[in-house]
Design a protein around this ligand. Structure first.
Ligand code: PXL
Length: 274
């Protein structure tokens, strides 16, 4: 069985980060270890959330594993609590990396805005972490913050080309750009930074946004890669499962205020792995 470690926060309630990554990755038949970077009462879209930064635990946890000779097939980072913590996580990647696939979801922004806990310096630190990744998974907002580009909701292919080139310059091998709208089609672009090759997977757009869908996508993507799928096939599965989760949640009015109903959609995911 493949083993990954995911490095992100625990939002005790809110269906995002580790409470999404663990069940999804485990259900896909991949062992998921965790390094919790902070404990929050809820995700930061709730007012009055509490947050205990666990920065001082990250290196001791890693060192213990190193001493025990534990190895990982993948490292998957998500929401991180501060710019300082990004530096810590970069040192952890250096320590743990050993023929290990590094996937960075620069979870920090959506709809043109940074998440409430972050200031304008945060994307600069996240850009450095992206340089350590094999694959990065930004949405358009994150891509614009990471590259210092204007955020646009209406654009043509040249805007996307420019974003992809600038993202590639951050240093990862591949880019998966989410939430792209081109020629009336909505989807995800896979980009090979070395060859410039790219492909777009188009999928249905449900006219609603929920928190945690990025984490559902990233967790499924990482699980699929660990199960031996190509990047393109992993993107298809991650996008299709995320859309399925959104559809189910959309039909359950009143239960949708903090995340998607990924649990009900789980059989869809398992079926697709058969
Ligand atoms: O889903 C991303 C995420 C993860 N963790 C926390 C968040 C968010 C998005 O808002 O607030 C704490």
């Amino acid at each position: 069985m493949k083993r990954i470690v995911t490095i992100q926060d625990i939002s005790c309630l809110g269906k995002c980060s580790i409470t999404v990554a663990l069940p999804i990755i485990s259900a896909m038949g991949v062992e998921a270890a965790i390094i919790p970077t902070a404990v929050l009462s809820t995700h930061t879209m709730f007012k009055g959330f509490t947050c205990k930064d666990l920065d001082d635990q990250i290196v001791p946890i890693t060192d213990h594993w190193k001493n025990e000779g534990i190895k990982f097939d993948g490292i998957y980072t998500g929401y991180l609590a501060s710019g300082q913590q990004i530096a810590t996580v970069m040192s952890v990647i250096d320590k743990l990396k050993d023929d290990t696939l590094v996937v960075v979801d620069p979870a920090m922004a959506d709809n043109g805005k940074l998440y409430p806990a972050f200031d304008s310096e945060f994307p600069k630190e996240m850009a450095k972490l992206c340089g350590k990744a094999d694959i990065i998974l930004p949405n358009i907002t994150e891509a614009s913050f990471l590259t210092g580009s204007e955020y646009k909701t209406e654009y043509d292919e040249s805007y996307i080309d420019e974003l992809l080139k600038k993202l590639a310059a951050l240093g990862s091998k591949k880019v998966v750009l989410k939430g792209v709208v081109l020629d009336g089609k909505y989807g995800v672009i896979c980009y090979n930074c070395k060859t410039g090759e790219r492909s777009m997977y188009s999928h249905e757009k449900i006219p609603v946004g929920y928190h945690g869908t990025g984490d559902v996508f990233s967790s499924t993507f990482v699980g699929a890669l660990m199960r031996g799928k190509s990047m393109e096939d992993a993107v298809k599965l991650a996008a299709d499962y995320t859309v399925e989760c959104i559809k189910i949640t959309f039909n359950r009015v009143g239960e949708d205020f903090y995340g998607v109903d990924f649990e009900t959609a789980m059989p869809f995911l398992i079926d697709r792995l058969k």
